[in-house]
Design a protein around this ligand. Structure first.
Ligand code: MG
Length: 372
């Protein structure tokens, strides 16, 4: 089997305005300029991928992604055997710096091809399920306390048993928002906070201390990515685990965080790591040094969410039971581009047992949401 071409499809599916995520440095996620890819082969199998890229996160969007694939990845991959995933991933890792979400779209499409060729779901190719479903949590936007409490109440009613609240906007407002959410959801629901790097060092330490009253069980990306040593200082001064998210894209980032004792948990995504394989390498490394991983989110659509689910189902280093994952992208959209909705329900993400990533595109919807 050989790769014959790579098709890119810029797409924008509307986000439900009531759920648009407002966060610390992340601004407000009101649109997803994503890029879908189809890796075509001479055997007729087509691999699907999704670059869930947003410019504020990684500097990528659907235009840069399409450009890099057309200019560098497609010429490099045409004529190659798509089943040689490890070799091809290494090749395109070196093709250009960064742009991991773009690379991940092509890498996950190779896994989709491999699964379809073998007649097996991707989780089986990865060694089989280590859990029946992936526990997930809800993410409450950084809105005013009353609205945040309303969203949290809705999430609990849906069935979520864990959630996080976006903070890092201003300390008093953050404390009020988290308090309102805790009051709305009661004691039983696990509650964490995600500052998206929005706090200064001092605000992080003081605010996390104040959030003790709301019994938070983790603080995600309390400060920005600029100074890993400073993140380690925050970690030393607070009592809850630090989840690194924006600070960790690659295995090298993981190593730096470990060396400086800057995190307790890594939030890994297929997109940030540059693919399923690189994300698994981080999880294995974390496991080897006694750290935990969870899976974060950039509000993936169906293909990206399926890839994350297969990863989390088959990867032991992802401790989704202690730190439920953010595989909740599909909830945020008014529509999806996959033919059948994924078996992702509130609190639990599952994959189908169909070959590959187990998703098919709805071509009519692709045309509806294609960016021209
Ligand atoms: Mg985060």
């Amino acid at each position: 089997m050989k790769i014959t071409r790579i098709e890119t499809i810029p797409i924008s599916v509307p986000i439900k305005p009531s759920l648009a995520i407002r966060s610390g440095r992340g601004g407000t996620h009101t649109a997803s300029p994503f890029l879908l890819v189809k890796v075509h082969t001479d055997g007729g199998i087509i691999g699907l991928g999704e670059a869930s890229c947003t410019p504020r996160w990684s500097g990528e969007d659907q235009v840069t992604g399409a450009h890099l694939i057309r200019t560098y990845l497609e010429p490099m991959l045409i004529g190659e055997n798509p089943l040689e995933i490890e070799t091809l991933t290494q090749k395109f890792r070196l093709a250009f710096a960064g742009n991991f979400f773009t690379k991940s779209a092509v890498e996950m499409a190779l896994w989709d091809i491999a699964g379809k060729a073998a007649g097996k779901p991707v989780y089986e190719l990865l060694g089989g399920k280590v859990r029946e479903f992936v526990p997930t949590k809800w993410s409450v936007s950084g809105v005013d306390p009353a609205k945040a409490a309303e969203i949290a109440t809705w999430a609990v009613a849906q069935g979520f048993k864990a959630m996080k609240v976006k903070v890092g906007i201003n300390p008093d407002g953050d404390v009020a928002r988290v308090r309102a959410v805790r009051e709305a959801i009661g004691e039983k629901t696990k509650l964490g906070v995600d500052a998206n790097g929005g706090w200064s060092f001092e605000d992080a330490v003081k605010t996390i201390e104040r959030l003790g009253e709301s019994k938070i069980y983790f603080a995600e990306q309390p400060i920005g990515t600029e100074d890993v040593a400073l993140l380690a200082e925050v970690r030393k001064k607070i009592k809850v685990p630090v989840i690194a998210d924006e600070s960790i894209y690659t295995l090298q980032d993981a190593k730096t965080l470990v060396r400086l004792h800057a995190a307790d948990v890594f939030s890994i995504y297929v997109g940030k790591a540059g693919g399923v394989g690189p994300a698994r390498a981080i999880a294995a490394y974390a496991e080897s040094v006694g750290l935990k991983c969870t899976v974060g989110s950039n509000l993936e659509l169906g293909i990206g969410s399926a890839a994350m689910t297969h990863l989390a189902l088959a990867t032991r280093g992802i401790d989704a039971e202690s730190f439920p994952c953010d595989i909740i992208g599909p909830f945020f959209y008014e529509d999806d581009v996959v033919l059948e909705p994924l078996p992702i329900v509130p609190g639990q993400a599952r994959a189908t047992d169909k070959p590959g990533l187990g998703v098919e595109l709805n071509e009519e919807k692709i045309e509806r949401y294609r960016v021209r």
